[in-house]
Design a protein around this ligand. Structure first.
Ligand code: ASP
Ligand code: MG
Length: 451
């Protein structure tokens, strides 16, 4: 069971998370925690301030961090004795953090290694606090240091777990805990090299921790507890009728993430999916909801389409060949220019006379445009948006493709892309028409069955 930062935002949420764990003791959970909401950002700012020697900036950040954690501890543990012990523990951890930041400040130099050592403190603190909150509710729990189990390579800031070694280490420490009736609590996001240097897995890395630990332990399921009801059929801010998708395949989850759904980064859970461990995304504010199950291959009978997603702030860039035919190397040249400008296209559509690329408008700079002008005539149209229907039915079922294409065509798209990817069909249209298109598509594909 992995709890994200928003599920641990304050004492009340920590108490809620502890109750959720208590309700699942029969399944012998292992708990993975993120830092409290906002804490990793603050730690990153603290490292920067220390590196720049900005003591006057560093102190308020540390004070803020300390205040947030003492609010959390005082509200989530009721026994005065336990609260006192926890305060001492948290105080000692803060002292260690101060020492690291002090050495960064004195040296005026923060290596990636020092930065990792500091960033890990969010999860180290959360792990202690959640453990205490569990114990306070009569749940036997034990805080484990992720550095004992999450063994990684030495790429600071983007370390990768060594699954074999993690399996050996967890095999040594986790089963004895479970056998003793204790819930192991482990900080996500960080680990250590075999020789004990603290590493981090990259921002948002606690989902990865949960997936790796779930694999190492052969978990029956990995639960990702967040603050929304799983993966939704549309962005509920845009489509009020959006509802939770009960089951989503891994490929569909990857498409959704590409178009900006933020709930789950599929790369993070890839190891679990590969080992066929189901991943469930659940809402800690609505713990009785069924959430979304992410599996490699959903069972038959599940819907062929899962969601309509969209992205605005898109620009369409058309590059037309001046010779009215495509010379060899034209397309690869355009793609190289995009790469050189660190632009990541959402759609690429190619025809006899040129290519149209849809990409985030912010990525279309003068530099990119002038490079492209060397290849052909360039036309940039901003104010565009992409709406995209995602579902494996698009790959498998010609009838589904026909229905989707017909529905997309009704919105007068400037570009339609279908088949480039197995699990999505996208259209490009003026931003002003996005809202109504998304709602209509949602109505057409996701509202009748629900009614
Ligand atoms: N606390 C870390 C971050 O904010 C890791 C995570 O939340 O997954 O990036
Ligand atoms: Mg976080």
């Amino acid at each position: 069971m992995k709890f994200g930062g928003t599920s641990l935002a304050d004492a009340a949420r920590i108490a809620g998370a502890a109750e959720i764990v208590r309700g699942r003791l029969a399944r012998r959970p292992v708990v993975v925690v993120s830092a409290l909401a906002g804490v990793t950002d603050l730690l990153a700012r603290a490292v920067t301030a220390a590196r720049e020697g900005a003591r006057d900036e560093l102190e308020p950040i540390l004070a803020d961090l300390s205040r947030r954690h003492s609010w959390a501890t005082s509200g989530s543990v009721s026994s005065p004795k336990r609260r006192h012990d926890l305060d001492l523990e948290v105080g000692a951890i803060f002292e260690e953090l101060r020492q690291i930041l002090r050495s960064v400040r004195v040296l005026g130099e923060g290596t990636p290694r020092a930065s990792d050592a500091a960033l890990a403190f969010g999860e180290i603190l959360a792990c202690r606090i959640v453990t205490a909150a569990l114990i306070d509710r009569g749940v036997a729990a034990r805080a484990l240091d992720a550095r004992e189990v999450m063994i990684t390579d030495g790429r600071h800031g983007a370390a990768e777990a060594d699954l074999d070694e993690v399996t050996r280490r967890t095999g040594r420490v986790v089963p004895p805990c479970l056998a003793a009736g204790e819930v192991p609590v482990i900080g996500g996001f960080y680990g250590a090299t075999p020789d004990g240097r603290t590493t981090t897995l990259g921002r948002g890395g606690s989902d990865t921790s949960a997936a790796v630990l779930g694999c190492a332990l052969g978990a029956e399921e990995i639960e990702i507890w967040t603050d929304v009801d799983g993966i939704m059929t549309a962005d509920p801010r845009r489509v009020p009728a959006a509802r939770t998708c009960p089951v989503v395949s891994f490929a569909e989850a990857a498409e959704l993430a590409f178009y900006g759904a933020k709930v789950l980064h599929p790369a993070a859970i890839a190891p679990a999916v590969r080992r066929k461990i189901p991943v469930r995304v659940l809402n800690s504010l609505n713990p009785s909801g069924a959430g979304t199950l992410v599996v490699e291959d959903p069972p038959g009978g599940t819907p062929p389409l899962v969601a309509v997603v969209s992205r605005d702030g898109v620009a369409a860039v058309r590059v037309s060949s001046r010779t009215l035919r495509i010379d060899p190397g034209f397309l690869s040249g355009v793609l190289q220019d995009l790469e050189a400008a660190a632009a990541v296209p959402d759609l690429v559509v190619f025809c006899e006379t040129g290519v149209t690329v849809a990409l985030p408008a912010a990525q279309v700079g003068d530099d990119l445009v002038s490079r492209l002008r060397m290849r052909g005539d360039v036309q940039v149209e901003g104010g565009r948006a992409i709406a995209c229907i995602v579902g494996r039915g698009l790959a498998r079922d010609a009838a589904v493709r026909v229905r989707v294409l017909a529905a997309l065509a009704e919105h007068g798209p400037e570009v339609v892309a279908l088949g480039g990817s197995s699990a999505s069909a996208a259209l490009l249209l003026p931003e002003g028409r996005l809202e109504s298109a998304v709602r209509a598509l949602h109505r057409a594909f996701f509202e009748q069955e629900a009614a």
